[in-house]
Each structure stands twice: as C-alpha cells, then as structure tokens.
Design a protein around this ligand. Structure first.
Ligand SMILES: NC(=O)c1ccc[n+]([C@@H]2O[C@H](COP(=O)([O-])OP(=O)(O)OC[C@H]3O[C@@H](n4cnc5c(N)ncnc54)[C@H](OP(=O)(O)O)[C@@H]3O)[C@@H](O)[C@H]2O)c1
Length: 334
C-alpha cells in the first residue's frame, strides 16, 4: 500500500457542458485502517451520464456532490487490508467508492463478489446498474410482445445495447438510433437489431417511418429531445415508453419546451419514468436472466476502457459527445 493515493474532486459546478476545470486531481495521505474498517484498491470505476446531475445543485432524485468532495461512482475493488471480520485481504468487492484509487469505510454497502464467473468489470455494466436498467425498463415498463416494433435510442451504449437485445430475445423488431455509422453497423451486425439510424446524418423521422412500417409499440428512451419528438409521431395505440434517460438535455442551460404530447393522448400510450435504484427487488431475476443470455451467446456487451484515474474527467466529458463506444469504464489499477 503506497503512502499517498489520488482522488478526483468536484471543484466547481458546471453551467452547460462539464470541462476539465470543474474537476481537480488531488493527492491524499493514505489513512490508517481503524478497527472495524476495510481498505480497498479501486480496480474499475464506472463513468455514467447520471454523474452530470450530481455535479449540479439542481433538485434531483439524489443529492449533489458537495464542492471539494470526491466525485461519486460505482467501483469494483480489491481488499488490501481489513480489520473487519466480514472481509479479508484479496476479496473482490462491488462498491460505490467514487473517483479515487482507494476506498476506506466500515464496509457497509460493499458487496462481496463471491463465485463471480465473469470479467470483474461486468459488475458495472451488463451485469450491473446499466444492465439492470435495461432489463427493468424494457421488461417491466416496455413489456414487449413478439412481433412488436421496439425503438431504442443510444443503442450502442451500455443501457441501450442491452435493452435492444432483450427486445430481440422477446421476438420483437428492434430499431436503434446511434451517433456514428460504426456504431450503427455494430448495433445491426453484432447485436442483431433489425436496423439502426444514424441520427446525426439521417433524417430521423423519415428513417423511422421507413424502418418501422407498422409504427412503434415500445420506445425505450435514453436521450429525450428531438429523437423522442420524432418517435412520438409514430407511436401505436397502447404503446409503452419507458423514460430512462435524457442525455440530450443534461447540459442544457434552459429547460427545453419539450415534445408535443398529443400522440400520447390519441394513442392512449403509457409514458413512465424509471430510476433503477427503486427496483432492487428485480436484481436476482435480472442476474439470472442476463447471465443466462450471456452464457447462451444471445447477448453481447462491449466495453470502452480508459486507463488511469487522471483520465476520468476527459472520458466522462466524452459521454456527452458520443466518444464512448460501449460501457465507459476507467481501469484504475490492474
Ligand atoms: N433511469 C435510470 O435508472 C438510468 C440508469 C442508467 C442510465 N440511465 C440513462 O440511460 C442513458 C444511457 O446511459 P449509458 O450509461 O448507457 O450511456 P451510453 O449510452 O453508454 O453513453 C452515452 C451515449 O449517449 C449518446 N448521446 C450523447 N449525447 C447525446 C445527444 N445529445 N443526443 C442523443 N444521444 C446522445 C452518445 O451516443 P451516440 O454516439 O449514439 O450519440 C453516448 O455514447 C443515459 O441517458 C442515462 O442517464 C438511466
């Protein structure tokens, strides 16, 4: 264990896009491990769009990060010293240590990764929070039926890629949207979607009309904004719209006027917001189903791994420009 370790703290609250000067990389002395405590070394840090909300003081479903505090985030770590009988040196744990190289606490909230047969990083991706978001959002709110048409935005990303593959497993036509031709090709050829629209180069409404000739029964919305507006024009009677994310709005400095909601009324469609933390009761079913689909080769998952804690701010900012291709992770240590 070294004598110092590094953290990324929130230095300033962004208005609009986050930038490097909103973060600061600081070095801290390694704390002593007191009786009852467990010290772990971060191996993987998950970077997720919701962290933009935590940088802001605006009212939300979770408290903001205080100025000067360590940025929050899900982590996979290895115990390096333990004075808590529940953990021993060498244990792998899933936690919420944030943007730092080491975490120290009494161990509450840490989940030991016993019998984990997958890459450790999957606990932050397909078999973690993003995968579970896709699972609950698609199955419990989207409720796709065989033969229906399902549209998924940010389809090449951590949540969207899993959501669309679940729609395929359930016998639906899956149409994605993504921001580059490479991503679209991956979504169709690797993930098995029926079509994918590059929303940056194609006319979204026209392309959706072409690729969803029977209208849209489920829209799994990760982005909000103009894509939501276009899909609403094509929704079918009794369509379901899980509102999962609004990434196109996270850096907005003014509230957008929003899409016209008349199609929801005329089609008696359901639109429902969802936050994954409310659904811990679905965790066992999610892990069982998704690990089964991975084992059977019915589901694929791509990761975008950046090395080094110092690169976390730049990698995080890239989420809002579509620079990640797959689940964005920081590999903090081997
Ligand atoms: N409700 C919940 O509990 C919950 C949990 C997890 C995640 N989420 C939400 O799910 C969404 C996806 O998260 P993720 O972790 O899977 O991230 P991700 O899709 O792996 O990465 C974010 C992607 O969003 C796309 N994007 C960025 N700006 C955009 C814009 N203005 N318009 C359209 N697309 C844009 C980019 O892909 P392109 O190249 O395709 O533009 C980028 O790669 C986010 O909105 C997130 O907040 C919600």
């Amino acid at each position: 264990v070294p004598q110092t370790y590094r953290q990324v703290i929130l230095k300033d609250r962004p208005v609009g896009e986050p930038a490097a000067h909103h973060f600061e990389l600081v070095e801290r002395p390694m704390p002593e491990v007191a009786e009852g405590q467990v010290l772990r070394r971060t191996l993987f840090l998950s970077l997720d769009p919701y962290m933009r909300g935590r940088m802001s003081a605006m009212k939300s479903y979770a408290a903001p990060v205080d100025l000067g505090a360590v940025m929050v985030g899900g982590t996979v770590s290895q115990v390096v010293e333990s004075r808590n009988p529940a953990f021993k040196s060498g244990d792998f744990v899933l936690g919420y240590d944030g943007w730092q190289e080491y975490g120290l606490s009494d161990g509450s909230g840490l989940k030991k990764m016993v019998d984990w047969r997958w890459p450790l990083s999957y606990a932050l991706g397909v078999l973690g929070m993003p995968g579970m978001t896709a699972y609950v959002g698609m199955l419990d709110i989207g409720r796709p039926k065989p033969g229906e048409t399902v549209v998924v935005s940010a389809a090449a990303g951590a949540v969207g890629s899993v959501a669309g593959q679940i729609a395929k497993i359930k016998g639906c036509r899956a149409v994605g949207t993504a921001g580059t031709d490479d991503k679209c090709e991956y979504v169709v050829k690797e993930l098995g979607f029926d079509a994918c629209i590059n929303y940056k180069t194609q006319h979204v409404l026209r392309s959706l009309r072409k690729n969803c000739p029977d209208g849209v029964d489920v829209y799994f919305d990760n982005v909000g904004g103009p894509i939501l507006e276009a899909v609403l024009r094509l929704i079918n009677v009794h369509a379901r719209i899980p509102l999962i994310g609004m990434i196109s709005q996270y850096n907005a400095t003014e509230l957008s006027p929003g899409p016209n909601l008349v199609p929801l009324l005329f089609n008696r469609a359901l639109i429902q917001g969802m936050i994954v933390n409310d659904h811990v009761d679905r965790r066992d079913a999610f892990l069982q189903d998704v690990s089964g689909w991975l084992r059977e080769g019915k589901m694929k998952f791509r990761e975008h791994v950046v090395e080094g804690l110092e690169n976390a701010p730049a990698a995080f900012m890239g989420l809002f420009r579509g620079e990640n291709f797959g689940k964005l992770l920081i590999k903090v240590a081997d």
